[in-house]
Design a protein around this ligand. Structure first.
Ligand code: SF4
Ligand code: FES
Length: 363
């Protein structure tokens, strides 16, 4: 197999060139930039979300998920086996690599075959390695199952699989990988670290690969370089505020609905699953979440147009843009709505004119 994963998709560029051609000289002189509808009031946004079929489906899914979590909390308070002092992680799960050995299984435990992408470095040749893991508790998280695999690899004198994680609470966005071809695995709205092994069946084969996008080069095994997402943030993912003593909390009142909608956008954890799931490897959902969580707030208005133009064009430089497949929303562990992409496209077209106006290039 060639270096890297042959299925990694190339970048696609289109939005900027389309807008640039729209903003050409002829267009500028005739001054026929489409007069876009003003940004909706927060009430309109909210009612649009409530009436939206997708939103209703998400709400139904969330209440189902809440019930599932309640049941789980009740069941697990009695059933979970917590390792006591002196017990190692081996006591909860055993591992053997291609050894075909006899393993005794605890009740409710899983025996799994893992096909894991191993790659020693960015320039090295990658390959799949097959491992057998035994006695994996259904209550373990996916990363805890990898802890078992790695502890046993270390015990066998082999190199553990590099897989990134930090918070293990679905907050930091570092843990993403492709699990059986799906970004973050089979459970909707769930980051890899919060995926539980009860989603799999005894005897399953699980294929684990790094994010597949040319913009995310592989560092090692399942760890990719997601720093192109940081380049987008650097361009405008901030607001200008005076430093010094803490300002009065009510200095700039924010309407509740605007705050709620901005918070939906701010839920993005920067994991990159949207890029990995997109057939174009576009970063449109990430960028629009980061643009809109500031553009929707009063505090975000001073840099609104420069932020939008800068962040969208940096996105174009590293990732390219979208063709409305919607895979990003399906893969997103925070269920960032696609509406933010529409708001950002609208702001981007407006920003091209407004920023030139601010520079005195057009009246
Ligand atoms: S938009 Fe969703 S999938 Fe994309 S980086 Fe943010 S949290 Fe991850
Ligand atoms: S480890 Fe932080 S989101 Fe998964």
């Amino acid at each position: 197999m060639e270096n890297g994963n042959p299925r990694r998709r190339p970048r696609k560029k289109n939005l900027k060139s389309v807008i640039d051609s729209l903003m050409g000289e002829e267009h500028e002189q005739s001054d026929t930039v489409p007069d876009l509808a003003p940004l909706k009031e927060s009430d309109d946004i909210k009612s649009e979300f409530q009436g939206n079929e997708e939103t209703q489906r998400i709400e139904a899914h969330s209440s189902e998920k809440d019930k599932e979590q309640d049941n789980y909390a009740n069941e697990t308070s009695e059933d979970i086996v917590v390792p006591t002092t002196g017990q190692s992680i081996d006591d909860l799960g055993n591992f053997s690599k291609n050894n075909g050995g006899e393993v005794e299984h605890a009740e409710g435990s899983l025996s799994l075959t893992l096909k894991v992408w191993r790659q020693d470095g960015p320039e090295e040749r990658g390959r799949f390695e097959t491992y057998q893991v035994e006695n994996i508790s259904e209550d373990m998280s996916f990363l805890e199952m990898f802890d078992v695999l790695n502890e046993n690899l270390i015990n066998d004198g082999e190199e553990p699989v590099e897989i990134a994680s930090d918070c293990r609470e679905g907050i930091c966005g570092t843990c993403g990988c492709m699990i059986n071809g799906q970004a973050h695995g089979p459970e909707k709205a769930t980051a890899t670290c919060q995926l539980h092994m009860r989603k799999f069946s005894d005897g399953d084969t699980i294929i684990v690969e790094p994010w597949q996008a040319a913009s995310f080069p592989i560092i090692k095994d399942l760890v990719v370089d997601r720093s192109p997402l940081d380049r987008i943030i650097e361009v405008g993912g901030y607001i200008t505020v005076p430093t010094g003593s803490a300002p009065d909390a009510n200095l700039i009142p924010v309407p509740k609905d605007a705050a709620d909608t901005a918070f939906d956008a701010a839920a993005c954890i920067g994991c990159g699953a949207c890029v990995a799931a997109c057939p174009n490897s576009a970063a449109q959902l990430f960028t629009s979440a980061k643009v809109q969580h500031l553009n929707l707030l009063p505090q975000g208005q001073p840099e609104r147009w420069s932020r939008t133009e800068g962040m969208v064009e940096t996105m174009e430089e590293y990732f390219g843009s979208c063709t409305n497949h919607g895979e990003c929303h399906e893969a997103c562990p925070k269920e960032i709505p696609l509406d933010f992409i529409a708001y950002t496209n609208r702001d981007y077209i407006k920003s091209k004119r407004k920023n030139r106006k601010l520079l005195g290039q057009i009246s």
